[in-house]
Design a protein around this ligand. Structure first.
Ligand code: 13P
Ligand code: SF4
Length: 336
């Protein structure tokens, strides 16, 4: 690619967050993405909340922990991250010599945005004897202020690794934090953040669905609010929810997390019925607007032009890496 094309691509990315070049509508995007994977020695990592077509072209689909583990160990030259910004940033922190591209730089996260580093730094200073445990859904700036990172699949194990009398700040998700307080018997100080997707499930509409489907089990992500978690049959990460639905013998499930997960649930258990838990805004299902910014076209373009790419200052990267490494070590010891 010549320098002029690169310069105009960079300007467009700065303005829009992604490349908006015309993609030939007759192009077989599945075949083109496969071709680019080979040509560039690239791997596509996708979160379960991505659209079904993106999951279908991915080399690995997983929850936040699985994605971080894959990103750390891959030997591909380019990591194409079909997820949101904090996930791609984590991949770059763990594997800095690789090019990490994201289809849309503006694929952010309301939970991550709810915790700006300068405010959190002041909050932390008010609790000098506390260790900081942060959910992976946060910026590199917050990770750099943390002692250890957790995901929804290892939060309990990691919090349990601290002595019971160790004071802890948990950030940024107050719902996951409250859930971990409950299951560990702790009283962690919680940052007041939440996910826009998980905090709008309607208890009333879910209760009505349970009456309509009396045999259905409710599976909920711990980012949901306490009244939903209290009535759930299973609470866990996206991978946990998927595995539970595969091994459990019920035939019907109400699923209280982002709807993208239903694609793998239906593929794994085609005979079972999966009902997305309804939100309280009148809609039938819950999509994350950030996750859903990614499209096959944007994946194709970011692979072709190798942009937008994640970059960060080395000092910040090193500070953010430490607590993630600690998480990966504890998880590996626990067999996760
Ligand atoms: P997990 O896939 O790790 O459960 O996380 C869910 C989520 O909200 C990611 O943004
Ligand atoms: Fe963030 Fe919630 Fe979207 Fe996950 S589902 S990326 S936590 S806004």
């Amino acid at each position: 690619m010549n320098t002029e094309t690169l310069a105009s691509a960079s300007a467009e990315i700065e303005q829009k967050g992604f490349l908006d070049l015309e993609v030939d509508p007759t192009l077989d995007l599945f075949a083109e993405i496969e071709r680019l994977k080979k040509e560039k020695n690239a791997i596509v990592l996708a979160h379960y909340y991505q659209d079904a077509d993106i999951q279908d072209i991915a080399d690995y689909i997983g929850d936040s922990l699985g994605l971080a583990q894959q990103a750390e160990k891959t030997e591909a030259d380019m990591i194409v991250f079909a997820g949101v910004h904090f996930m791609a940033e984590t991949a770059k922190i763990l594997n800095p010599t690789k090019k990490v591209v994201i289809p849309d730089l503006k694929a952010g996260c309301s939970l991550s945005d709810s915790c700006p580093p300068p405010l959190f730094k002041r909050f932390k200073e008010q609790h000098p004897d506390h260790v900081v445990v942060s959910y992976i859904n946060c910026s590199a700036g917050i990770k750099a202020l943390s002692d250890v990172i957790v995901t929804s699949s290892n939060a309990k194990i990691i919090v349990d690794s601290f002595p019971q009398d160790q004071p802890i700040i948990f950030a940024p998700d107050k719902n996951l934090g409250a859930y971990i307080n409950k299951v560990t018997g702790r009283n962690m100080v919680l940052w007041n953040g939440a996910c826009m997707v998980h905090e709008i499930f309607s208890l009333e509409r879910i209760t009505k669905l349970k009456v309509q489907y009396p045999k259905a089990k409710l599976l909920a992500h711990p980012e949901c609010e306490e009244p939903i978690l209290r009535i759930a049959d299973y609470v866990g990460s996206t991978t946990g929810i998927l595995k539970y639905s595969q091994t459990d013998d019920a035939q019907e499930y109400i699923v209280a997390t982002e709807t993208g997960i239903l694609h793998q649930m239906m593929k794994a258990s085609p005979g079972k019925t999966f009902i997305p838990a309804p939100p309280d805004n009148g809609c039938a299902c819950n999509d994350c607007p950030h996750m859903k910014r990614n499209t096959l076209e944007k994946i194709y373009l970011c692979m072709k032009y190798e942009q937008p790419a994640i970059e960060m200052e080395e000092e910040l990267r090193l500070a953010a890496r430490k607590p993630i490494e600690r998480m990966l070590e504890i998880s590996a010891k626990a067999g996760l």
